[in-house]
Ligand binder design. Structure first.
Ligand code: UTP
Length: 224
């Protein structure tokens, strides 16, 4: 089975690369019988690269291109940990990743085109290769009925329908400053239209990451 992972940039590179964390995540991939398309986010590095372009007077398109470079650098952090089982190129697009998965058990990607995020890239990669399961690994441990950072009484969902996910994204995505939803709207709509079972787990809980990959019970949220 091919599993798609969307790994938050802040998990692998919170300021400097967290090699110990990257190594333990890589161990899960190595020990698994599955194939993986792994899409890595930009985190702080992407924000710095984008800001650098803006300071030079460049527009958002160019800021995004710089941020994409950061996502690929973060994806590259896995290469030395997955030697021998992983494609050595960080794929630039979905077809490339699709083709690379014919030859390699693990394929790495960062961002692709300006204007989207690596959540959407992960969902598009899942569609491209016909993957039936996606795992979102971030520093949030599931999907809540309201922003858990702002509301102490926010409740986490164990399971969620695709329709409910899209409506939650709609409500929470439109709120301003800092409180953006766990998965962006485009990504939500893509997994909904293709009915890709998606698991949202805390990257810090490696047991949960393992269980999500296997499609078994975990402490996060399953969208199906
Ligand atoms: P991320 O997907 O990492 O966004 O892409 P994020 O919301 O900051 O996620 P975290 O913090 O890693 O969890 C970083 C930036 O790279 C650009 C966008 O500017 C995005 O905000 N990007 C990424 C693109 O323009 N296109 C892509 O395909 C991916």
């Amino acid at each position: 089975m091919i599993i798609i992972l969307s790994v938050g940039g802040s998990m692998v590179n919170p300021g400097k690369p967290d090699q110990a964390y990257i190594s333990s995540l890589s161990q899960i991939f190595k020990n698994s019988p599955h194939s993986f398309g792994i899409v890595v986010g930009g985190g702080k590095l992407a924000r710095e690269y984008a800001e650098g372009e803006r300071k030079k007077g460049k527009g958002e398109f160019w800021a995004d291109l710089a941020a994409i470079r950061a996502t690929k650098e973060n994806a590259g952090l896995f290469l030395s940990h997955l030697r021998g089982i992983c494609c050595l190129n960080i794929c630039d697009d979905f077809i490339q990743a699709h083709d690379a998965l014919q030859k390699h058990r693990i394929v790495l990607m960062g961002g692709t085109i300006p204007g989207i995020t690596t959540d959407a890239d992960a969902a598009l990669l899942a569609e491209c290769i016909g993957a039936k399961r996606l795992v979102n690994v971030s520093n949030v441990d599931g999907i809540y009925d309201k922003n858990p950072a702002a509301h102490k009484d926010a409740k986490k969902f164990g399971t969620l329908s695709f329709e409910k996910l899209v409506s939650l994204a709609q409500v929470q995505d439109t709120r301003h400053a800092g409180g953006h939803f766990i998965f962006d709207m485009l990504a939500c709509k893509l997994i909904a239209r293709s009915k890709i079972e998606s698991h949202f787990v805390s990257g810090k809980n490696l047991e949960d990451v393992k269980n999500a990959i296997e499609g078994t019970r975990h402490n996060g949220t399953v969208v199906r």
